[in-house]
Design a protein around this ligand. Structure first.
Ligand code: NAD
Length: 534
């Protein structure tokens, strides 16, 4: 019999609107309405997912790979349509939409090539138990609940769904209310692949709704949760999941440092800083939100960055003009970025480029902000906007100290021509990842685990660690030899205690002397036993 987390008895979440009205954040264009799913629907869908998973968990890796291959083929065949969908739903440029698709394709390729090896039973040493074999097995957990933010509407869904499926699970995925319009189209990617391979479409189901729909999923009794979102809601999810003891992976916000040393290739560093702050208009969990540049090259770095950013075009991505930087997906995000920039300027920072809301939609101008310091909220809170906040660092130690002075710890990067220096700085940064002389490339190396420390959360997606995170990691001990002698512990043998203590010394003493003393103790215990009547 399988044991699952019992569903928590909760009052129905507060009623909100019955539908979500979806609009293009860059133009205000009405896109459509999607349903707000209530607790009952979440529970009903969980039951369907559970039923579908019973057969799926028994499928071979070869059959699972066929589904993944179809998903990849679908994305390749419809890449233009999917990029346009992302552009309309999230307000990002088509070029930025491809940045969503690329890691998804890479994750599929990696799983097709490597997942079976990562999930195969693995033999380990059985230690003293020479007559036994020991191994680790990776069993599916059941149904994985996923809760997504709005910044990468397609990738936030597929990144956890791919390992969940490959490991033999079903997935219930609650998308963000701000990019819910894409959900039906993304559902089609999974449903068509599953159906074509003869599996139930209930294995992957996308849920739409606001926070209470997410809360209903947390309380529903899923076997594990992957929550990607803000630190504040991550804490709420963690507290609520304690009620059902549902394990959680938290992929939360970031305030990632980028260190530019005095020996860095400045052109390379500046262009990476632009990718790290302007991609998806800065709405990137691992955005380079704090750029520390050594004194010696600070002015040149700022001049180079300002020169490029000053010439960028911003506007509606699918309009008649070609644009470099798109819109803010969530309406309130413009206010957040404005508040942080205004606060910094009031405390002495200077916006050498931009610094204001953009016209005609949910825009914030691409901004270069200098003379910032850690007394300013913009160096402490997540900005999630197109802002290069550039601060001077005296030297290596100063840069490392500043980089680690944060409540977050998602990713980081360092630029230097000195390989040893790059490695030395990387070792000292407290974060889930460090990339030397590049930005975010650890996400393209899908064999690497992805996740954070501190306020950026815990648990890992991607790579073998991500796949195994979707599993019950089970220890199995079995016979190596057909020996069936009983280990008779009861009734308790009078010599058992002294014999055990002697054996400890024999097995674990550092020197020969200790081992010999142990042997003597064992001998004495046995002799005492033989002499004892009865
Ligand atoms: P958010 O926390 O506001 O919302 C995330 C999701 O949680 C949404 O689907 C929302 O409906 C749901 N939710 C809200 N309240 C809930 C509750 N009480 N219980 C369950 N679900 C609830 O985050 P957001 O504004 O959508 O996304 C931006 C945040 O996501 C940023 O902090 C960003 O850094 C982070 N993020 C992190 C990663 C990562 O991998 N570490 C990736 C992308 C985004």
């Amino acid at each position: 019999m399988e044991l699952h987390n019992p569903p928590l008895t909760l009052a129905s979440p507060p009623a909100e609107r019955a539908t979500i009205r979806c609009t293009n954040p860059a133009t205000g264009e009405f896109l459509g309405e999607v349903p707000v799913m209530g607790r009952d629907e979440v529970v009903a869908r969980l039951e369907r997912a559970r039923a579908a998973q019973v057969a799926w968990r028994e499928t071979s890796f070869a059959r699972r790979r066929k589904v993944l291959r179809r998903i990849l083929d679908h994305i390749l065949e419809h890449s233009d349509e999917l990029c346009r969908m992302i552009a309309r739903d999230a307000g990002k440029t088509l070029e930025n939409a491809t940045i969503e698709l690329w890691p998804v394709c890479e994750a599929l390729r990696w799983n097709l090539a490597h997942a079976e090896r990562a999930l195969r039973p693995q033999s380990v040493s059985s230690g003293l138990l020479v007559h036994k074999r020991a191994r680790v097995e990776y069993h599916p957990l059941g149904v994985i609940g996923v809760i997504c933010p709005w910044n990468f509407p397609l990738q936030n869904v597929l990144a956890p769904a791919i390992p969940a499926l490959m490991a033999g699970n079903a997935a219930l995925i609650k998308v963000s209310e701000w990019t819910a319009w894409s959900a039906a189209r993304i559902q089609r990617i999974f449903s068509e692949a599953l159906q074509a391979e003869g599996h139930s479409v209930d294995l992957v189901q996308l849920l739409t709704g606001y926070g209470p729909t997410g809360a209903a999923l947390v309380a529903s009794g899923v076997d594990k949760l992957v929550f990607t979102g803000s630190m504040a809601n991550g804490k709420r999810v963690l507290a609520a999941s304690a009620e059902t003891l549902t394990p959680v992976i938290l992929e939360l916000g970031g305030k990632d440092p980028m260190i530019v040393c005095d020996d860095a290739d400045l052109e390379q560093a500046v262009h990476n800083a632009l990718v790290g702050t302007l991609t998806s208009a800065g709405q990137l969990c691992m955005a380079a939100e704090r750029i520390y540049v050594f004194d010696a090259v600070y002015d040149r770095f700022v001049a180079l960055a300002a020169g490029i950013v000053g010439g960028l075009r911003q506007g509606a991505p699918l309009g008649p003009e070609r644009v470099d930087v798109g819109a803010m997906t969530m309406p309130g995000q413009v206010d957040i970025v404005e508040r942080l920039v205004d606060d910094a300027v009031a405390r002495g920072a200077r916006a050498v480029v931009g610094g204001k809301r953009g016209a005609g939609g949910q825009f914030f101008q691409p901004t270069v902000l200098v003379d910032v310091d850690h007394s300013m909220a913009i160096m402490r809170e997540e900005t999630f906007g197109p802002v290069l906040a550039i601060m001077r660092a005296r030297d290596e130690q100063d840069a490392i100290r500043l980089a680690n002075d944060s409540a977050y710890g998602l990713s980081s990067s360092v630029f230097t021509r000195d390989r040893a220096r790059g490695e030395r700085i990387a070792r000292q940064i407290v974060a889930g990842s460090t990339v030397i002389n590049d930005f975010a490339m650890h996400y393209m190396a899908q064999g690497l685990p992805f996740g954070g420390v501190r306020g950026s959360g815990f648990g890992r997606l991607n790579g073998p660690e991500g796949l195994r995170g979707m599993c019950n990691i089970k220890a199995v001990v079995a016979d190596r030899l057909p020996l069936h002698a009983a280990l008779k512990m009861y009734p308790v043998d009078p010599a058992a205690y002294d014999t055990a203590r002697g054996l400890f010394k024999v097995l674990y003493s550092a020197g020969l002397g200790g081992r010999v003393r142990g042997l003597v103790d064992v001998g004495r215990a046995l002799v005492k036993r033989l002499r004892r009547p009865g």
